[in-house]
Design a protein around this ligand. Sequence first.
Ligand code: AMP
Length: 248
Amino acid sequence: MHDINEIRQALKQCRGTVGLVPSLGNFHVGHQSLFRKSVADNALTVVCTVLVPIVFNDYNDFLTYPKTPEEDLKKVDATGADILFIPDPKALFPGSLIYTLQESQFSNTMEGLNRPGHFNGALTVILKLLLLLKPDNLYLGEKDYQQLELVQGMCKEFYIDTKIISCPIVRTKSGLAYSSRNSRLSLPQQAVAASFPKILKSLLPIDETKKCLEDNGFKVDYIEDYNKRRYGAVILDSVRLIDNVELP
Ligand code: AMP
């Protein structure tokens, strides 16, 4: 479904609760775990893909981000989710970004410091979807924990009643968090990438963690502890990976 009025009509007819899963598309089993959770909890599940430049700090990253709507629809169907909503960016942003939402603290740290503007774009898109679709429940992955915290803060600040459901990180057998970007890794690179969560979890002091990652071939964007959680972002041969673990 692409049309904003059409989805509004579909939601009007729904008698039970509505679950929303916002995404950038190119689905994998990590995304599907969110779809399944929403299907289990709600009468109607809307998966929404909004792939627009404001969510990316780097225009080239937006251009090269994998776009797979046909495969995505099959993956949505396989979980029993009801609607894949891909709004026309021009309909969603008719005002050419005159209005955007800005968080001026936490969004400038870690992921935000390394990808300036990214969170303001993501928050603007999610706020628009929340106001447009008025879901009862919003499903977000712990893979993007900083985003999860920022959305929680935004909903509290703007009196949005939608309940936020945080969903655990789904990992490959080797421990690497599933990510759309993993498809850019060769098999040998995937084996190296799997050491990233292991090193993050080892809970060495931050400097030693960085050194250990560099020794394993990663370029480190950041490793930081915040609110009993260790966050990290690394680059392996131009593929950027993020992860986070709970601190004891
Ligand atoms: P994205 O399409 O990357 O914006 O992701 C859409 C949603 O899926 C976000 O809430 C992500 O945190 C979540 N997600 C992505 N990868 C995973 C994963 N491996 N495990 C759990 N949730 C994930």
